[in-house]
Design a protein around this ligand. Structure first.
Ligand code: SF4
Length: 282
C-alpha cells in the first residue's frame, strides 16, 4: 500500500505564530489562553506542560497576562479584558483580521452583514461579536432567516464574507443562491477564505484522483479538517478524520492500493509523520 501526500500539508503560519507566541510569553511568566489556542490535542498538551492555563470565559482568567487565539476575538472582549486590568496579547491571524476588516467595511457602506460559516465557531463569534445585527448562514435553508427583512426592503444592501476555513466552492454557491432567492437585493461578497485553506482544498482535489481512501489528520474541533474530509467524500472517496494514530482502524484500508494523506492547518508535522508511519507499516 502506498501513501500519497497532499501538497500544502504543514501547519499554517497563523497557527504556528500563535503557538510560538504562547510559548515565548509562558517563558516570561504566568499566562492564560482564552479558549483553545488551536484545535489540536497534542499542541494543547504541550502548552499544558509549559504551565499555560486555559480559560473558557473572561471570568476564568486568573493571570495578569492573557493571550487571544489565532481565531480572533471581538473588540468588546478585548475591552472587557483591559477594563479588568489584564495585559492582553493578541495572536489573531492576520487573515482573520482581514475578514474582520472586510466585514466592518461592508457595514460602514450601509450593508447588512452576513457571514457564511458555523454560527457557534469561535472565529465566527469573534467576527460578529461587535455587531448589533447580523446573519450567519451555512446552507440554503438558512437564507430564510433573511426573508422577513428582505420582504420589507427587497432592494436591501447586503454584505457577505466567509469564515476563513470554509470551502470556497460552497461559499460561492451559497452567495449565488442568496442572489437567486432575493433578486432585487444589492449583494456584495468579499472573499475572506484564507489562502492556506484554499491551497489545501485544491491539493485535496488532486489527491482524490490518485487515492482509494483519504485520511485527514486534524482534531475533532478543527473546522478546516472536518471540511477536508467532507470534500473528499463529496468527491466520491471514503475519508476519515483522525486526531492521531490512536484513532486509525486497519479495516479502513482493506483492499486499498493508495492512501491519500492530508492534514488540517493546526496539525503538527510530528503527528502527521506518526500517522504516515502507521499506515506505511500496515
Ligand atoms: S487557517 Fe487561515 S485564517 Fe486560520 S490561522 Fe491558518 S492561515 Fe490564519
Amino acid at each position: 500500500m502506498q501513501v500519497r501526500i497532499a501538497d500544502h500539508m504543514g501547519m499554517c503560519f497563523g497557527v504556528r505564530d500563535a503557538i510560538e507566541m504562547a510559548h515565548s510569553l509562558a517563558g516570561r511568566g504566568p499566562l492564560t489562553v482564552l479558549g483553545d489556542l488551536v484545535h489540536n490535542p497534542d499542541v494543547v498538551a504541550a502548552l499544558d506542560a509549559a504551565g499555560v492555563a486555559k480559560a473558557r470565559g473572561l471570568d476564568d482568567v486568573e493571570t495578569a497576562a492573557v493571550l487571544l487565539t489565532a481565531h480572533g476575538t471581538s473588540d468588546l472582549v478585548k475591552l472587557r479584558l483591559r477594563d479588568r486590568g489584564k495585559e492582553v496579547h493578541d495572536a489573531t491571524c492576520p487573515l482573520v483580521t482581514r475578514a474582520h476588516v472586510a466585514l466592518r467595511n461592508l457595514v460602514a457602506e450601509g450593508r447588512f452583514p452576513i457571514v457564511v460559516g458555523e454560527a457557534d465557531h469561535v472565529e465566527v463569534r469573534g467576527m460578529v461579536g461587535d455587531l448589533v445585527e447580523f446573519s450567519v448562514i451555512r446552507s440554503e435553508a438558512d437564507l430564510e432567516q433573511l426573508a422577513s427583512r428582505l420582504e420589507r426592503r427587497p432592494d436591501d444592501r447586503l454584505g457577505v464574507v466567509a469564515q476563513t476555513t470554509q470551502p470556497l466552492a460552497g461559499v460561492l454557491a451559497l452567495v449565488e443562491a442568496l442572489r437567486r432567492r432575493f433578486p432585487l437585493a444589492d449583494v456584495r461578497f468579499v472573499d475572506t477564505v484564507c489562502q492556506p485553506t484554499k491551497d489545501r482544498q485544491s491539493a485535496l482535489r488532486r489527491l482524490v484522483e490518485e487515492a482509494d481512501v483519504v485520511v485527514v489528520v486534524g482534531g475533532a474541533d478543527s473546522n478546516n479538517s472536518r471540511k477536508l474530509a467532507e470534500l473528499a467524500r463529496s468527491l466520491g472517496r471514503p475519508a476519515h478524520r483522525v486526531a492521531g494514530v490512536g484513532e486509525l482502524r486497519p479495516a479502513w484500508f482493506s483492499g486499498c492500493a493508495v492512501v491519500g494523506l492530508t492534514a488540517g492547518t493546526s496539525t503538527p508535522d510530528s503527528v502527521i509523520a506518526e500517522v504516515r508511519a502507521w499506515i506505511e507499516r500496515l
